[in-house]
Design a protein around this ligand. Sequence first.
Ligand SMILES: *Cc1c(COP(=O)(O)O)cnc(C)c1O
Length: 375
Amino acid sequence: MTQLKWEYYEKNGKRDKAMKPILNMDLMKVKHNTSQIVRLAGQYGISVAGITKGCCGNEEFAKAQIEAGVDFLADSRIENLMKLEHLNIKKMLLRSPKLSETNEVVKYADYSLNSEIKVIRALGNSAARMNEVHSIILMIDVGDLREGIWCEDINDIFHTVESILNIEGVQLEGIGTNLTCFGGIMPTEKNYGMLVTLAEELRRRYNLLLPIVSGGNSSSLQMIYEGRLPKGITHLRINQSVFLGFEIGHGKKLSGWESNIVTLEAEIIEIHKKPSYPRGNRAKMNAFGNIQSFKDKGIRTRVILAIGRQDMDMNGLHPIDPNISVEGASSDHLIIDITDSKHHYRVGQMIKFDVVTYSSIITAMASSFIQQKIV
Ligand SMILES: *Cc1c(COP(=O)(O)O)cnc(C)c1O
């Protein structure tokens, strides 16, 4: 029986304090992956926004992004950008500002992605009062149905641009779009081409520079690797591929990128042999409204770990021990099956998982019940 180093946390043979589950993020790998996209984008003259929202504006993560060569730091939440105020790099707010936060947005972000003229006016007012000029990226929805003016409403787009050009305190620096996050729509020559054509039309019509044509997110990586990104896209915003090492949409591993960047450790609180098929009258659904299906595998060694759905999204956990299977989770318990494992586990040890979905990573990063560690 071998004992792996990561299986338990003990100091001088004695546990030193009550432990939360631990979320480890490998910063060297983050930096490596970010450098990959920066270098690739650079070959096409494309600038990159490194995104801090996935780890709630973590400063070490942000610094790693800067060291890897990103041109902007971007986040959906102004609270996160506030934490990064002292870092000397352009900042971008990704989610359309709330009317109630325009002062903070002007103060802590140089750019914001916008789609409401009312908000842009309020940003202008805030900026003018502070003697600042805030940069606007106008968002266009090319099909994914999240933020942006609908691409076919061309008069609405023209009208909005004309209004922005008349607002003091703001400057229209570009247009942008977001894809794959809601409707699952992939970037193509067609929908990106539409954005590029629109930018050209706006430049011509209003005599603008419009330097930023911001394409999407991690789902663009495949296209750029294949050299299919339409000329004229000048900016990308990348988050989850940096954490996962694969492209989003088709889920293809990106060659030369690191994976297994984020891992989770949780403590064993019970080990018992039990049947694998529940006994008794079964309800229509469990406490979470799901109908779980069970396979009768006979008597198995089942382990409970002290972590559950209230801590984070539990769907993206892959045990590092290949002979452990995840059976399911309730609000505070994660149930695994260790019958086939070659290791000898004991109560009090930590079991380690790769965290392999963006949803699991971001919820764990934001959880006050989990201790986040940079390694
Ligand atoms: C979160 C976000 C991104 C990053 O998306 P990934 O798929 O994680 O790379 C880009 N743009 C906007 C507007 C976002 O909200």
